[in-house]
Design a protein around this ligand. Structure first.
Ligand code: FAD
Length: 107
């Protein structure tokens, strides 16, 4: 079975990279594709307890938001923070998700 930590780091890289390249003004088709992708992702993620909790997050806390890059990126950051909280990791400042994943840190 995959290593849950290694799988997690790789997967967050993929998901935040999808957010970073998602259009600022996505078409209806692009929005539907991302919605479908995230729903299937949450069912297929190969860490079953992780997947169950992530599905519950989307169902009970905040449904996925796909109307723009900013909306999806911020939603994903909050969802990642919910996992961080569960694991006792520090929260990430969601005002800076694009700096981390798209434009690079402004130091
Ligand atoms: P990661 O959490 O993997 O983060 C990678 C990098 O992303 C960080 O170094 C930081 O630069 C950046 N980052 C951190 N937080 C944010 C944020 N909020 N927004 C944007 N960027 C951020 N592990 C479990 O043990 N139990 C679980 O139930 C579990 N559920 C998971 C559910 C999902 C959907 C995913 C993708 C992973 C899950 N994991 C779970 C794995 C866990 O989240 C971590 O990936 C793993 O513990 C490795 O953590 P890390 O400290 O290397 O950083």
């Amino acid at each position: 079975p995959p290593d849950v930590e290694q799988l997690g780091r790789s997967t967050w890289t993929l998901l935040h990279s999808i957010a970073a390249t998602y259009p600022t003004t996505p078409s209806a088709r692009e929005q539907a594709d991302l919605q479908t992708f995230m729903g299937l992702f949450a069912r297929l993620y190969p860490c079953w307890v992780c997947a169950e909790d992530f599905q519950a997050y989307m169902r009970e806390r905040e449904a996925v938001r796909v109307a723009s890059r900013d909306e999806f990126g911020t939603w994903l950051c909050r969802a990642h923070n919910a996992v961080n909280a569960k694991l006792g990791k520090p929260a990430f400042d969601c005002a800076r998700w694009e700096e981390r994943w798209r434009t690079g840190w402004k130091d």
